[in-house]
Design a protein around this ligand. Structure first.
Ligand SMILES: [Zn+2]
Ligand SMILES: [Zn+2]
Length: 326
């Protein structure tokens, strides 16, 4: 591991690349790559695989979910609680408790901790409360209704046999939809009372960690986790519904990790590592009125709120804030 001094000087690579949508001359191949492949690989594929495994091995039979019953709903709640504990808990333990890689690739050199703005006076307790009491519960609610809809034929089911081409196209659409839904609902959550009542809970985390990912007010969870509802009306497969559910429930633990890259062991030994934190969203937590979407949805380029991490983009944002244009 490098010295602490070096680590604190670590800077993410900027500018954060923008989607090749609003460029002249147009780049049709770039757009195709962006909407077809970049949304799928590697992040999307990972959540699709996780959803397939869970659908196959850790979800009750559809036939047993024709009626709402506490037993199978509790089973799903426990599975979801277990998955987020593995992911967010694992990242938190390694990065924040053991401080396994110090501040190497840490976006903010400060360590989160006690503050009066958090419930129970501490970021971790506040995050755990909202994650389990509301986040896991609301996600389980959307999941339970989805399975009940499929079990009773209210949501049209398409199996892979005979429908694989349709389902591949639908998978691409589902990723684009999931990212677009996040961007639009997140922008909405910054409006007026919705921010004060709901989204402010998530923004207590100006220096987020893995458990901050879905640390949100129940109103925000209802809005933010609603993307799978669209698949209740379009012929689809339960794995795609579960993929969207996992994107909402689990992926924020990675994007809010606070570190750009996580090493599985000591940094200097060249051990395997993977990309985690999302600097684009980290800037949103730091400055509030920029980067409402994500790098997979070009909404901020349209709104003029794209902060690519450079001093030039920062000056533009400050000027926008000074003149009151948001
Ligand atoms: Zn926000
Ligand atoms: Zn966030």
């Amino acid at each position: 591991m490098g010295s602490t001094e070096q680590a604190e000087q670590w800077q993410p690579v900027v500018p954060i690349p923008a989607a090749p949508i609003f460029v002249w001359p147009p780049k049709p191949l770039g757009v195709l790559w962006f909407f077809g492949w970049k949304q799928f690989w590697p992040g999307g594929a990972m959540w699709l695989a996780a959803a397939w495994l869970c659908w196959r091995y850790a979800t009750p039979d559809l036939a047993s979910m024709e009626r709402f019953e506490p037993g199978w709903i509790a089973t799903i709640w426990l599975r979801n609680a277990g998955l987020i504990t593995l992911l967010a808990g694992g990242l938190h333990w390694w990065l924040y408790r053991r401080r396994g890689q110090g501040t190497v690739t840490k976006f903010n050199e400060r360590w989160p901790g006690e503050s009066t703005r958090f419930m129970f006076g501490h970021q971790l307790w506040d995050n755990l409360f909202w994650t389990f009491v509301s986040g896991v519960t609301v996600s389980t609610g959307f999941e339970a209704v989805s399975w009940w809809m499929f079990a009773n034929g209210h949501a049209p089911f398409r199996d892979f046999a005979g429908n694989w081409l349709y389902l591949i196209v639908l998978t691409v659409f589902a990723f684009v939809w999931g990212n677009l839904h996040f961007s639009l609902t997140h922008r909405l959550l910054h409006v007026g009372k919705l921010y004060d009542w709901a989204h402010a809970v998530h923004h207590r985390n100006s220096n987020p960690g893995p458990w901050s990912g879905i640390s949100m007010h129940p109103i925000e969870h209802e809005v933010y986790m609603s993307s799978p509802v669209l698949l209740w009306f379009i012929p689809s497969h339960p794995v795609l519904v579960l993929t969207l559910l996992f994107l909402n429930l689990l992926s924020p633990a990675l994007t809010h990790a606070g570190f750009e890259r996580v090493w599985l062991g000591h940094v200097e030994r060249g051990r395997p590592s993977f990309l985690s934190g999302d600097y684009f969203h980290q800037l949103h937590h730091r400055y509030f009125d920029c980067n409402y979407g994500n790098t997979l949805t070009p909404i901020d380029q349209l709104l003029g709120t794209y902060h690519d991490g450079t001093p030039e983009a920062h000056a533009v944002m400050r000027e926008r804030q000074r003149t009151g244009r948001t």
